[in-house]
Design a protein around this ligand. Structure first.
Ligand SMILES: NC(=O)c1ccc[n+]([C@@H]2O[C@H](COP(=O)([O-])OP(=O)(O)OC[C@H]3O[C@@H](n4cnc5c(N)ncnc54)[C@H](OP(=O)(O)O)[C@@H]3O)[C@@H](O)[C@H]2O)c1
Length: 622
């Protein structure tokens, strides 16, 4: 089989291109700057064996690319894919040119010297390759104007595009240029890898920092999913028989920008900006005032693009375009789950309509064995430590499948952010109504594990639907514990909104250094609390939870038909009488034992699951 060499192999586009080349049965050499093994691990996580992959070190800015002659292999190099580049805003001209212009030319010269070369596939960009008669080199005055107008990234991509096309014609290199629009996450999983440009706009929308939308009613920022684009890349050598092609790879059915933003705002449960600001006006205003990066404004046009030649290649390769609205929603789910690249999600979730709340939930919606409800001011990510413990602990193999699947995966766990808290939008419905709708599709009888304030909806749901719940595990049941002082409750609102992860960590987790996973949970909560209204809603939920009437009402529910198990930290003991309900005290823990002592809490949850093994089976058919 022919050899394919991929530059930029650790990048967003590069690694997906490699994945699809390997799927085609190609033998691939990946050129990376540091061979730390990350690519093999990533391919493994995506279920693609990397037996036909070789990883070599190289650098586009080094003469000869720093490549060993051995790269060539016995079969010789057939196809070269250049997906390397520096994609950043705010660079200096020379920093961008070194890779996007000189580096791209270095790849071209190296490819030109491969005797068996069939194709060089170069990734340009949908806004940069529009010139039908590219010129290179440009006189310095023109070059300076190009970089002044477009900025270093876009300027270098435009110069690089021209340089590569001119040099390929001169050297007789069989070149194909592919021009992707904004590359969004995978069409099925939403998995992303770039958080610039359009993703930055979605981040502003999500964090409430998009008071006005740049551009006009017809502004068009097309997208292409990374899998569609990478499959296209991998298909070029076989399905685009003639070199010399320039292909615009994007989805012409992408909604115009205001509609795209509205679609995502509805999906995420946030408000879309009603005001639009023309790009010409933004250009005249200081960026400190508008918050707009001048380098991104060039993408905000009403231009349309001819995808005809790309469509022919895709048709020949049997590639199908995924539905763009679904892909956009999945991408937005994943952007939020991964906190826009700040913290890759361990168990990525997404947004669903539950009782009028755009609810963020992860896991098994129909047959969970566990339902996990977080306390204040946390979100569903606070359960990851516990789930990791349940997954990792094989001591209780009586609960595990014969194939070794951990018990917690057998029935799955459903983790949801409560309405108005974490990532979920508020609902007019009460929390118990919301919980009833969340659990409506559930066909098993799960154990509900609720932390602190979430004990309230959990107890009320169990009281209303006792035959649908196997047991309740209430971790730090606030209504049986010391009330926070009135001052603490009063200050909670303003302080919560401004607290960073570090400032939140000490009061939540105590003085001892917390496990890394607990820090991640607190960082997720802190990021959520900075969103508009989140801290206020959390503080008011905190105040409502601690009213004496509410505490008394919840105590009466403890005697219901559903078995209840209480878990408290030694440092935050019960002050009220739980009656005959069993209580486990976690030594050394405070109010968040599932964060600071996850193994101990997992042990209790396992025991409860074991005790209710028969009860957690499927519900009888109605
Ligand atoms: N993503 C998009 O939406 C989009 C849209 C249009 C065009 N493009 C173009 O597509 C290309 C790839 O974009 P991407 O999103 O995949 O970017 P990316 O995730 O940042 O990947 C860039 C890749 O280039 C490599 N690289 C950077 N400098 C290098 C050097 N001196 N020598 C060797 N490798 C080097 C990086 O290696 P390290 O991991 O070592 O840094 C990385 O593997 C870029 O040219 C970009 O302009 C991207």
């Amino acid at each position: 089989m022919e050899d394919a060499v991929v530059f930029g192999a650790t990048g967003f586009i590069g690694r997906w291109t490699i994945l699809h080349l390997l799927e085609q049965g190609r033998t691939v050499t990946a050129v990376v700057r540091r061979a730390d093994g990350g690519l093999h691990a990533w391919l493994g996580e995506h279920g693609v064996p990397a037996t036909r992959l070789t990883v070599v070190e190289g650098d586009l800015t080094v003469p000869g690319l720093g490549l060993d002659a051995a790269v060539e292999g016995p079969a010789g190099v057939r196809d070269v894919f250049n997906a390397a580049g520096v994609y950043r805003f705010g660079m200096e001209r020379e920093e961008a040119r070194a890779v996007n212009v000189e580096g791209a030319l270095n790849v071209l010269r190296w490819a030109a010297a491969r005797p068996g070369l069939r194709r060089l596939v170069h990734v340009s960009g949908y806004r940069v390759g529009l010139d039908p008669r590219p010129r290179h080199p440009l006189p310095e005055a023109e070059l300076a104007a190009l970089y002044r107008d477009k900025g270093a990234y876009e300027g270098s991509k435009a110069e690089g595009d021209a340089a590569v096309r001119v040099a390929a014609a001169r050297l007789g290199v069989p070149l194909t240029v592919v021009n992707p629009s904004s590359v969004i996450g995978h069409s099925l999983t939403g998995e992303a890898g770039q958080y610039l440009g359009l993703a930055g706009l979605v981040r502003d929308l999500w964090t409430g920092r998009l008071p006005a939308l740049p551009g006009g009613a017809r502004t068009f920022v097309p997208v292409v999913t990374v899998d569609e684009f990478a499959r296209f890349m991998a298909a070029v050598p076989e399905h685009d028989p003639e070199p010399g092609g320039l292909h615009w790879v994007l989805d012409p059915a992408t909604p115009e920008l205001p509609d795209l933003i509205r679609l995502l705002a509805d999906h995420l449960g946030v408000r879309a900006p009603r005001v639009r600001v023309p790009v010409a006006l933004i250009r005249r205003l200081p960026s400190a005032l508008t918050g707009a990066d001048p380098e991104t404004l060039g993408f905000l046009t009403e231009d349309r693009y001819d995808t005809g030649s790309a469509d022919r290649v895709a048709a020949s390769a049997g590639l199908r375009r995924p539905p763009v609205a679904d892909a956009l929603r999945r991408w937005a789910d994943r952007l939020v789950a991964d906190r826009f690249g700040a913290a890759p999600a361990v168990r990525p979730g997404g947004f669903h309509d539950v009782a009028g709340s755009r609810t963020y939930l992860a896991g098994d919606r129909t047959s969970p064995r566990l339902v996990l409800l977080h306390g204040l001011p946390l979100d569903g990510d606070s359960w990851h430590n516990l789930l990791d413990e349940l997954d990792a602990d094989s001591r209780h193999d009586v609960l595990d499948e014969p194939d070794g699947t951990p018990a917690s995966r057998r029935f799955g766990a459903l983790v949801a952010d409560l309405p108005g808290l974490g990532r979920s939008s508020p609902a007019a419905a009460t929390s118990p109504e919301w919980l009833a709708e969340l659990l409506g599709p559930v066909r098993t009888r799960p154990v509900i594990v609720a932390h602190s304030a979430a004990a309230a909806p959990a107890l009320r749901y169990a009281a209303a639907q006792p035959d649908r719940v196997a047991a309740l595990v209430l971790v730090s049941p606030f209504f049986l514990q010391r009330r926070p002082s009135a001052l603490t409750r009063l200050l909670a609102g303003p302080l919560l909104g401004r607290a960073g992860a570090d400032r939140l960590a000490a009061p939540l987790l105590g003085a001892a250094p917390p496990p890394e996973s607990a820090r991640r949970a607190v960082a997720s909560a802190a990021a959520g609390l900075r969103r508009p209204g989140a801290a206020r809603r959390t503080a008011s939920a905190l105040r409502a939870a601690h009213s004496p009437a509410e505490r008394a009402a919840l105590r009466t529910l403890l005697g219901g038909p559903v078995p209840v198990h209480l878990v408290v930290g030694e440092l935050d003991p019960l002050t009220g009488d739980p009656g005959p309900v069993p209580v486990t005290v976690v030594a050394g823990a405070g109010h968040h034992p599932h964060l600071t002592h996850p193994a101990a809490v997992a042990e209790i949850v396992r025991r409860v699951l074991l005790g209710h093994e028969i009860m957690t089976g499927p519900l009888p058919s109605p």
